[in-house]
Design a protein around this ligand. Structure first.
Ligand SMILES: O=C1O[C@H](COP(=O)(O)O)[C@@H](O)[C@H](O)[C@H]1O
Length: 251
């Protein structure tokens, strides 16, 4: 069962998330010397970075940062998930070694060659995870208004992908159409998955995902085999949830 934390507003949400990420990072570094993290695009990077970008207690030099999904555009294009994370987080944290930042191959992305970009990104994952099924310490996901996460959209055949670690998508219903995405075998092998979403516009979908599990939406298929799912949301996004669906926030 997912654990849902609802915060009074955006600032409180960013603050709770910052505290949580700091703890996960400390635990992972104490356990195996680094934190492997994959991050979504969309609204998440801004919520995440508000406090985290200035957090002096995190050993960012031991972070390895991947993307949960990426759009096939150049790294300077406004649609780039890499650019969003760079602007809001990475540009403020020089301690993260450049070689620990695993962005999509910009050539393939600019050429909209989603197939080669996906193969290349899968190679990056295999190299880092030493040919084992990737197991991120922390996967931070957004939730689209249609219930998608990563670039895994409702009803899309990619929801059934079992072999590839990273898959191309050529017909994303949300532009741009060419993208790459982590697949469920990787998502569901993560140690921790945290969904982060905010605002009134997300309240209906949050209610369906948390309280109507039979809908089989992409976010509902996130069920890590050996991990826990958390939802960090604000009161506006939680407005339609029953009180019992939320837990009291504690570290
Ligand atoms: O297209 C995407 O959308 C989702 C959700 O974005 P949001 O703006 O509604 O938070 C995002 O998680 C994903 O990474 C991105 O590529």
């Amino acid at each position: 069962m997912p654990i849902v934390y609802s915060f009074a507003n955006g600032d409180a949400l960013s603050s709770g998330l910052n505290e949580f990420v700091e703890k996960v990072s400390r635990d992972a570094i104490a356990d195996h010397g680094h934190l492997s993290i994959a991050i979504s695009g969309g609204s998440l990077p801004k919520i995440l970075s508000k406090e985290l970008a200035h957090n002096k207690n995190v050993e960012f030099s031991k972070w390895h940062i991947f993307w949960a999904d990426e759009r096939c555009v150049s790294h300077t294009n406004a649609d780039s998930n890499y650019l969003e994370v760079k602007k809001s987080l990475l540009d403020h944290i020089p301690q993260i070694p450049q070689e620990n930042i695993y962005a999509i191959n910009e050539k393939f992305a600019s050429e909209k060659d989603a197939e080669r970009a996906a193969v290349d990104y899968e190679e990056q994952l295999k190299k880092f995870f030493k040919n084992q099924l990737p197991s991120f310490d922390l996967l931070l996901l957004g939730m689209g208004p249609d219930g998608h996460c990563c670039s895994l959209f409702p009803g899309h055949p990619l929801l059934e992908e079992k072999k590839r670690l990273v898959a191309p998508i050529f017909d994303s219903p949300k532009p741009p159409p060419e993208r790459i995405t982590l697949t469920y075998p990787v998502v569901n092998n993560s140690k921790l998955v945290v969904f982060v979403t905010a605002g009134d516009g997300k309240k209906d979908m949050v209610q369906q995902i948390i309280e109507q599990p039979e809908m089989d939406l992409p976010c509902q298929r996130v069920k890590p085999t050996n991990g826990q799912v958390y939802w960090f949301i604000d009161h506006a996004a939680a407005a339609k949830l029953r009180k019992e669906s939320c837990s009291e926030y504690k570290l």
